[in-house]
Design a protein around this ligand. Structure first.
Ligand SMILES: NC(=O)c1ccc[n+]([C@@H]2O[C@H](COP(=O)([O-])OP(=O)(O)OC[C@H]3O[C@@H](n4cnc5c(N)ncnc54)[C@H](O)[C@@H]3O)[C@@H](O)[C@H]2O)c1
Length: 290
């Protein structure tokens, strides 16, 4: 049994063998200020292990920082091993329990091997954030090279699938887990010029919904966030007129910050997210309100 039992404040396999899922305790007094105050999020991940993919910068790095600030031991993984090591060192100097591992989510064997070694060394994984992502030049679907289309599917959709397949059995055995997938508004709306990326992110949304339902009675929740235009390297590499077109669709009239996405991820990764699974949370300044 993983340390989530204590971290989630419950005994998943409770008295008499009856399963008491975190957050579903019938003893919780929802009329009490003290009861809610005891759920103070500031150290709610004490004793938990979180693994974040594509975390050397941008949304992934902000997610590592917020999860570490709330007490999690965070495994910061990325394709770029040097950058991952450098930022993990900086976060450790800042007081976080953060270690770095190289992980290319496209490589199923590497995913299995890294997740197995984390399970063995740290005793479990309570939170998985599937964040790794990449994009490329804008072009219409009919001019998209097959190889590029395959890469988008492999990084975003298969990468998420590989990580999920490796962590779900131990999370199920422990009776607790939080999986958060980073999709995109492109997966809901289909951005012109980004057909391969949009298709891959739509796949992540479908996978999230299916898996959430499959695991609904296990204590493992699965949710996704759909960021809009967020100020990270990925967006800064896009042409200025394309960004202006995207921002013109945002009712708030601005790009979002990585920290704003990380806050939403942190809630979905917390024990407080106990009656929500298979859901898609928008972080788009009002662009896609469905
Ligand atoms: N920035 C946005 O506007 C925006 C909008 C919607 C969704 N997203 C999604 O958010 C996630 C994070 O994006 P970001 O904006 O922080 O981008 P970013 O480019 O700043 O960071 C992406 C990180 O993923 C890593 N990465 C790329 N391919 C990888 C692989 N195969 N295996 C492991 N790591 C890999 C990169 O090295 C990098 O550190 C992505 O899934 C992206 O599609 C971003």
């Amino acid at each position: 049994m993983m340390a989530a039992d204590t971290a989630a404040g419950t005994d998943p396999a409770g008295a008499g063998g009856k399963t008491v899922l975190p957050g579903a305790e019938d003893t919780f007094d929802a009329t009490s200020i003290a009861a809610f105050a005891n759920r103070n999020p500031s150290r709610e991940l004490d004793g938990q292990v979180a693994l974040v993919t594509g975390a050397a910068r941008g949304i992934g790095l902000a997610t590592v920082a917020v999860l570490a600030s709330r007490g999690a031991r965070v495994v910061l993984t990325d394709l770029d091993a040097d950058e991952a090591e450098a930022v993990a060192g900086r976060l450790r100097a800042d007081g976080g329990d953060v270690t770095a591992r190289r992980l290319d989510v496209q490589d199923e064997d590497e995913v299995q091997q890294v997740i197995s070694s984390v399970l063995e060394e740290l005793g479990g994984i309570h939170v998985l954030v599937n964040n790794a992502g990449t994009t490329g030049p804008a072009r219409p679907v009919w001019e998209t090279p097959t190889r590029y289309f395959e890469t988008m599917l492999r990084v975003h959709l298969l990468g998420t699938f590989f990580c999920v397949r490796a962590v779900v059995p131990p999370m199920k055995d422990a009776g607790y887990g939080r999986i958060v997938n980073v999709a995109s508004v492109a997966g809901k709306e289909g951005n012109p010029g980004s057909g391969a990326y949009s298709a891959a992110k739509a796949g992540v949304i479908g996978l999230t919904k299916s898996l959430g339902k499959e695991l609904a009675t296990t204590g493992v929740t699965v949710n996704a966030v759909t960021p809009g235009v967020i100020d990270t390297t990925m967006i800064r590499q896009t042409s200025p007129d394309h960004i202006e077109r995207l921002i013109s669709k945002i009712p708030m009239g601005r790009r979002g910050q990585a920290s704003e996405v990380a806050e939403m991820i942190a809630w979905a990764a917390s024990p407080r997210c106990s009656f929500t699974t298979g859901a898609i949370f928008d972080v788009s300044g009002g662009r896609t309100t469905y």
